[in-house]
Design a protein around this ligand. Structure first.
Ligand code: ZN
Length: 234
């Protein structure tokens, strides 16, 4: 029988929350996994827990403090400033090997849960130069994990070719636009919803949102439908 169980790599941010809802529409049983690696904002893990609760998804939090020890980055050290990469350098928020490690552990968890599908929100389109967000990397790791465990896992990347505007559009289609807009945390300064507005993650998220809202309003223009006391007549 076809396996319809999935594990979603879930950080409580815009992308992985959209992926979690996407997975709920695709699969019969969905569980989420969040990795705790003493990231800059412990609140990230709490935020993920609240959203998983709200969506009725079993939530696993796995400790990966080793990643913190091995990979100093602006996301693992408060003394390292968040800077965008310039002159071909990676941003200071790059955690070497993070997606590699997350996907590998998520797949080991999937095996315990008898799930064949793993979902991740990595994206090549708006990617900040992170090499482990690339499609070729995910496909390569998928082959490696199947060889490592002699199994047939499928890693899904529904956002791989979407830009941030299109990711907002997808959230809207899935019916989770408000949840993503108000309750997820993408901000490098740990502020939920619209965030600090100035860090690179906020800028990317908010620019995509502004573009999507402009496009949505343009679509809804046209003949004005009469409305009395909020009741619309079509
Ligand atoms: Zn921010």
């Amino acid at each position: 029988m076809e396996n319809r169980r999935a594990v979603v790599v879930f950080s409580g941010g815009q992308d992985s929350t959209t992926c979690l809802v996407w997975a709920q529409r695709q699969f019969e049983r969905v569980e989420a996994v969040t990795f705790r690696y003493n990231q800059r904002h412990e609140e990230e893990v709490e935020c993920a827990r609240r959203i998983a609760d709200k969506l009725g998804v079993t939530h696993h939090v796995l400790d990966l403090n080793l990643l913190n020890q091995l990979a100093p980055s602006a996301l693992t050290r408060t003394e390292i400033e968040v800077t965008a990469g310039s002159n071909g350098e990676l941003p200071s928020t790059f955690v070497p090997g993070r997606n590699h490690i997350f996907l590998s552990f998520a797949t080991i968890l999937a095996r315990q849960l008898q799930a064949k599908h793993i979902v991740t929100g990595v994206c090549e389109t708006d990617f900040s130069g992170y090499p482990d967000c690339r499609d070729v990397f995910v496909k390569s790791l998928n082959v490696t994990l199947n060889l490592a465990m002699d199994d047939q896992f499928v890693i899904h990347t529904p956002l791989m070719w979407l830009d941030k505007k299109e990711t907002w559009a997808l959230a809207d289609q899935l019916g989770c636009f408000d949840l993503v807009r108000e309750e997820t945390m993408t901000c490098y300064n740990g502020i939920i919803g619209p965030g600090c507005g100035t860090c690179p993650a906020c800028k990317l998220r908010n620019r995509g949102l502004a573009e999507y809202l402009t496009e949505r309003e343009a679509k809804h223009e046209g003949p004005v439908t009469p409305s009395i006391d909020g009741i619309t007549f079509r």
